[in-house]
Design a protein around this ligand. Structure first.
Ligand code: XBP
Ligand code: MG
Length: 248
């Protein structure tokens, strides 16, 4: 489908006609940020830091992408000397990531509504699938091997994680790298995201964005998105009078 025609298509047509669907992970494929928050608090307790991120603090800290960067940003706000060393931040993140995997492996964080159906429909249509995320390959594998089985990666033509690029979202790096690996034009893809940082990142790479509102970003301004849905199950059950982003 021509890019300009794609520009005004409703969500289900935008998705169906794209050459490739590029999925964000946290908050988009599954509501994982609540598990990340619990895992951070576990690491802080293990290291005797006395930090406790409640949901309000975490919602604010989520403006900083990347777990290590988020911890450093929080420590900076406390204005207590001395700053945590890179090694201390790395050890906290290692403990956090291990606990996050334990939580995910309990099966307590299923994929969001409509995700499995969309992956299957896209495959049936011969569309390319990719992942472009800030989190780590280990976290992606923990979530998707639990939800889709050990061979989950075979369904994706490109999987780009936070540490694969120099700058994390909202920089466009992760989406530019995904496009380079897919060898598909940006305007022929759709990025499926849940956050303002993700919207900025994908838009910066020239990719139309479909937003699915998630737990921590429900009330964000997504007026720059091509479409805004509550979740992906609306793609199949969506009424004709679709809400456009400006009609939020
Ligand atoms: C969300 C993020 C990540 C996670 C925590 O990634 O910003 O930092 O919050 O994971 P996305 P790490 O929405 O792009 O999938 O601790 O591994 O960073
Ligand atoms: Mg996200």
């Amino acid at each position: 489908m021509q890019a300009e025609a794609l520009a005004s298509a409703p969500a289900d047509e935008l998705v169906r006609r794209a050459a490739a669907l590029i999925f964000d992970v946290d908050g988009t494929l599954a509501e994982t940020e609540e598990l990340h928050r619990r895992a951070f608090n576990h690491a802080f307790a293990r290291q005797g830091l006395g930090w406790q991120w409640d949901r309000a603090i975490y919602k604010d800290l989520l403006r900083v992408t990347g777990g290590k960067e988020r911890m450093r940003a929080y420590h900076g706000r406390l204005d207590v000397a001395p700053a945590l060393s890179d090694a201390e931040i790395a050890e906290l993140h290692r403990i956090k990531t291990a606990h996050y995997a334990e939580l995910v492996e309990t099966g307590c964080c299923p994929l969001r509504p409509g995700v499995i159906e969309l992956l299957a429909a896209a495959k049936a249509r011969g569309q390319r699938l990719a992942i472009a995320t800030t989190t780590s390959h280990g976290n992606i594998d923990a979530l998707l091997s639990q939800a889709l089985g050990a061979n989950w990666a075979a369904a994706f033509d490109a999987i780009v994680a936070g540490d694969d690029v120099r700058r994390k979202k909202p920089a466009p790096d992760v989406y530019l790298e995904t496009l380079a690996r897919l060898k598909v034009g940006a305007a022929d893809c759709v990025a499926i995201e849940d956050s303002a940082n993700g919207l900025i990142s994908a838009s910066g790479a020239g990719i139309p964005v479909l937003i699915t509102r998630s737990m921590f970003f429900r009330d964000e301004d997504f007026s720059a998105a091509r479409c805004v849905l509550d979740d992906l199950s609306e793609l199949t059950a969506r009424p004709k009078n679709e809400k456009q982003p400006h009609a939020q």
